[in-house]
Design a protein around this ligand. Structure first.
Ligand code: NAD
Length: 466
């Protein structure tokens, strides 16, 4: 694939250099992306800055253009989805689904009515003003959906943006920039690409007033530290180690399918995937077997292959990390009820893996694996399971599985995280609900009016009463 350019000030521009992009289904380089460089970054920031005064003024126009952007993105799905599959690895139908998600988010924010906020006595108005230029940085698991989570509320609120995707998946975002270039005024959305140091240059840059970051907790902390230098505002959507707690009245056969896909969708490369299952001793063997049966039956193949349900892991370091965590658990006495090994073919394919016999204190339980391997942990006492579920620095989402909704809700109330689903996982990921993590899983939220407010600063306007 060729012809990928950055979008700066409404024009297609090359980088100072270029870097390779690898197809994870083959392990081979298949394209090049522009490497932005510091001068081009300055141009992008200057363009975003120059576009801000006009963009912030006309909300009606912003809403209309976001609607047009949604239509254009939807129309471009046939072109964008194969690029997403090639660089990310996900099956083509999932790539289409991701682009559809981005369209939904753009539409939601275009349509969202925000109430006027006035003091109780009506004498003052509280107004949410845009901040200015937003630097947006995204990861490689859902490059387009997670970019739309930022673009839609930030632009709707009246900000302008410089957006940088992950160096593992830059191409679809660059192609989306090209699509939106035809609709948004020059400088409103600038899309650049580069390796990790470009992200650091963005967070240290004097122009942006806000950093919106989605990625790992380790990088998120570096972003927060850089932003503190000149008190840039931050929203951080970071890692998770989401627990699923199965109660003793659940039916393993009934929940296994939903639980399996809550852990393995996108090959486990989801911030809010189920990353550890706590199951009561009584149901343990049945649940492990029900999950393992699903893992064995899944079709893992190149994202372009008809019928593929899971693709490869996105990149070599992540593939090696997952293999390392599974190997460590097996060395420490865990058993692979399904999988447990790489798949013998080129590219970064790994068998969907269900681990039994691993417990807290094993790396794959304590750390975020972010891949197709799931430990199932036995518990005797529910209180102890809740304690272990909370016993982590993460706090993104969780789930409780039981036919008794009141009992499940009582357990949910004990969990320290940003969202709990009952008999599902991550069901609250919707444009209209706040999404964010407790503890080291993040700072601030995305989505809904709350997400938009994160791209604003409050200003009180008091009328002249004389
Ligand atoms: P990462 O932190 O390695 O990279 C994310 C982005 O940050 C990339 O664009 C990268 O180039 C950039 N970056 C790297 N170093 C930087 C620096 N010093 N300053 C600024 N930017 C820098 O994360 P990843 O491996 O791409 O993504 C996987 C992680 O993202 C997982 O931990 C996952 O849980 C998390 N994630 C969280 C959410 C959420 O909403 N909470 C969603 C998706 C992924």
């Amino acid at each position: 694939m060729t012809g990928f350019a950055m979008t700066v000030d409404g024009a297609a521009v090359p980088g100072a250099g270029a870097f390779d992009v690898v197809d994870p289904a083959t392990g081979e380089v298949f394209a090049q992306a522009p490497d932005c460089g510091a001068d081009r970054l300055d141009q992008a920031m200057a363009a975003a800055s120059a576009a801000f005064p006009a963009w912030r003024r006309d909300e009606k126009r912003r809403r209309a253009l976001l609607r047009e952007a949604a239509d254009a993105l939807r129309a471009a799905a046939g072109r964008l989805a194969p690029i997403l599959t090639a660089e990310q690895g996900k099956p083509l139908k999932d790539a289409h689904r991701e682009i559809a998600t981005a369209v939904t988010w753009l539409r939601y924010y275009a349509d969202l009515d925000l109430p006027r906020e006035v003091s109780q006595d009506g004498s003052a108005e509280v107004i949410r003003r845009p901040l200015g230029v937003v630097a947006a940085i995204t990861p490689w698991n859902f490059p387009i959906a997670l970019a739309a989570w930022k673009i839609a509320p930030a632009l709707r609120a009246g900000n302008t943006m410089v957006l940088k995707p992950s160096p593992y998946t830059p191409l679809t975002t660059l192609a989306m920039g090209e699509t939106l270039r035809a609709i948004l005024p020059p400088g409103v959305l600038n899309v650049i690409s580069g390796r990790d140091p470009l992200g650091a240059l963005m967070t240290a840059h004097p122009v942006p007033r806000k950093i919106s970051f989605t990625g790992s907790t380790a990088t998120g902390k570096r972003v927060a530290a850089a932003a503190a230098e000149d008190l840039k505002r931050v929203t951080l959507e970071l890692g998770g180690n989401d627990p699923a707690i199965v109660l003793d009245d659940a039916d393993p056969g009934q929940i296994a399918d939903s639980l399996f896909w809550s852990a393995f969708a996108n090959n486990g490369q989801v911030c809010l995937a189920v990353k550890r299952v706590y199951a009561p001793e009584r149901l343990y063997a049945d649940l492990v077997e029900a999950l393992a049966a699903r893992a064995r039956s899944v079709r893992v193949d190149a994202g372009t292959a008809e019928g593929a349900q899971l693709g490869p892991i996105n990149n070599r370091p992540q593939y090696e990390r997952v293999a390392g965590l599974v190997g460590d658990a097996l060395d420490r006495g865990a058993t692979a009820a399904a999988g447990g090994r790489p798949i013998d073919r080129p590219g970064y394919f790994y068998q969907p893996t269900i681990l039994s016999g691993a417990s807290d204190g094993t790396r794959i339980v304590d750390e975020e694996q972010f891949g197709p391997a799931l430990p199932v942990i036995a518990y005797r006492d529910l209180g102890e399971a809740v304690e272990r579920a909370n016993g982590t620095t993460y706090g993104l989402t969780a789930s409780v599985w039981s036919p008794d909704p009141d009992r499940a809700a009582r357990v949910a109330a004990e969990l320290d995280c940003g969202q709990v689903s009952i008999n599902a996982h991550g069901r609250g990921v919707r444009p209209d609900l706040p999404f964010g993590g407790h503890k080291w899983s993040g700072l601030g939220v995305e989505n809904g009016p709350w997400g938009l407010y994160g791209y604003t600063e409050l200003q009180v306007l008091v009328g002249n009463e004389s």
